[in-house]
Ligand binder design. Structure first.
Ligand SMILES: Cc1cc2nc3c(=O)[nH]c(=O)nc-3n(C[C@H](O)[C@H](O)[C@H](O)COP(=O)(O)OP(=O)(O)OC[C@H]3O[C@@H](n4cnc5c(N)ncnc54)[C@H](O)[C@@H]3O)c2cc1C
Length: 438
């Protein structure tokens, strides 16, 4: 991949090579900016689950680098029936009430958007991104431990890693996820934002062969995205791997605290899932029966209670989950990571940015333009998760109110009016004003 813009005279370090770090590195490299990813794992890798992207994320991919969008198109799976191409989810009542067990979940309403459901298998998408990443962009086995400046305010940052090695860069961007070390180093390890908070929801995740899913719920519900709703639980499904497999995520609310906050997953069994969803329709139970006997449960943590007060300090910034880790109920956390990459890359590449001295203004502009969107996603995702599970005040199990609220909130995240190019343009104008007046 050849850079197509004149090189800037500074170099950047990205901590973490997930969706945020990798899309940012690709976007920066294509704009002629020197960048190295420091990743703690021995290689790039994602879990074998599904992730879906809303229209704003797809806009952001195109801005970052067309190759990212092409990679996504290559692996993306949409609803399989032509008449469902714009459907985000069919929302179904999966719980008939204590005395009325439902054979089938019943359709209540449909939520659509301009691109419908766009599901990818995480690991496959990441593999495609790695193919277009600049050669040698990442150093692996580098778990960030500390971060200091080597001299005065203009000096480089020295990153020290757990393996005892160190590296230097003019600026550092933490894309190191929900438990970000960069965020801890920026705000202090005893700051409330240093640790994410349990949302009292957990999820079982599975990817099952499509032929089996069709047997369990029929073609319409297996080949197209569905959200099965009930009290204190919801189960979403969408096809991935070009329709060969069905991604299943079954969420449950609990009043029990998560036992070990150092670990976001815990071993469980299929039987636990079946117990959690006893009383739900046979569609739901039939799908859960297809998952592996030994399943992990995923604790859903977020930064909703204690968001970081700022995304930047001097020439260190955080973005992606490191800045605004969210529960997944809007299906938009990874999409917001890619939006961050688009905005950050456009700011750093702006012609008004002449040297490393301008990076502080870039980062403070990034904070100013991204903070509200990050906060809103985290808050809205939390609320919408409760809407799905009949727990939201003022909504309860009223399906008309659910439909109205889901549409209204989705519009803010990725509706017709969300224009990522315009966001980048406004950010650049703000940056230029800031640099001109400094
Ligand atoms: C159940 C579930 C379902 C979801 N579904 C969706 C969905 O459908 N759509 C959507 O848009 N989003 C979804 N999300 C959210 C999405 O997964 C995240 O927002 C996104 O993956 C975060 O990417 P990231 O790159 O910021 O962080 P991560 O993917 O966590 O990557 C961080 C990287 O940093 C590395 N790292 C961490 N610490 C260090 C360190 N100290 N030094 C060096 N490297 C380090 C890690 O190894 C990792 O590679 C879902 C989340 C969950 C939990």
């Amino acid at each position: 991949m050849a850079p197509n813009a004149p090189a800037k005279d500074f170099d950047l370090a990205i901590i973490g090579g997930g969706i945020a770090g990798l899309t940012l590195a690709i976007a920066l490299h294509s704009r002629g900016i020197k960048v190295t990813i420091y990743e703690q794992a021995p290689k790039f890798g994602e879990i074998g689950a599904g992730v879906s992207f809303s229209p704003n994320a797809v806009q952001a991919m195109k801005i970052c680098h067309d190759g990212i969008y092409q990679s996504f198109e290559k692996v993306c799976t949409r609803n399989q029936w032509p008449e469902k191409k714009k459907v985000w989810f069919d929302f179904l009542d999966a719980y008939g009430g204590e005395d009325e067990h439902l054979e089938r979940s019943t359709l209540k309403f449909v939520v659509s958007n301009s691109l419908g459901q766009n599901g990818v298998h995480r690991a496959t998408f990441l593999d495609e991104l790695v193919k277009i990443a600049p050669e040698g962009v990442a150093q692996f086995g580098k778990r960030l431990k500390s971060l200091e400046q080597s001299g005065d305010a203009n000096s480089k940052y020295v990153m020290t890693f757990e393996d005892g090695s160190s590296a230097e860069a003019d600026a550092v961007i933490g894309c190191d996820g929900i438990k970000s070390k960069t965020r801890q180093l920026m705000h202090g390890s005893d700051h409330p934002c240093a640790q994410p908070t349990y949302t009292y929801k957990y999820a079982y995740r599975g990817v099952v062969p499509m032929a089996q899913a069709i047997k369990a719920v029929g073609e319409e519900r297996a080949l197209n995205s569905c959200m099965h709703l009930g009290p204190n639980g919801h189960v979403l499904t969408f096809p991935v791997n070009h329709g060969e497999t069905l991604n299943i995520v079954a969420f449950r609310t609990t009043d029990k605290p998560w036992k070990n906050s150092d670990k976001l997953t815990a071993p469980a069994h299929r039987e636990d899932a079946l117990k959690d969803f006893a009383g739900y329709s046979n569609d739901v139970l039939g799908l859960l029966k297809l998952t592996s006997e030994n399943l992990d449960i995923w604790a859903i943590f977020d930064l909703g209670k204690n968001p970081p007060p700022t995304y930047t300090k001097d020439r260190v910034a955080i973005m992606g989950d490191a800045a605004h880790a969210t529960s997944p109920h809007h299906g938009a956390g990874a999409g917001l990571c890619i939006e961050d990459s688009a905005v950050m890359a456009e700011l750093l590449a702006d012609e008004a940015v002449k040297s490393s001295r301008d990076i502080e203004a870039v980062f403070s502009t990034f904070h100013e333009v991204r903070k509200e969107r990050g906060l809103n996603l985290v808050e809205s995702s939390n609320r919408i998760g409760n809407v799905y599970e009949w727990r939201a005040e003022g909504v309860g199990s009223d399906f008309d109110k659910m439909e109205e609220e889901i549409n209204r909130r989705n519009d803010v995240i990725g509706g017709e009016d969300v224009d990522v190019s315009e966001m980048c343009k406004e950010a650049r104008a703000k940056l230029r004003e800031k640099l001109a007046s400094s």
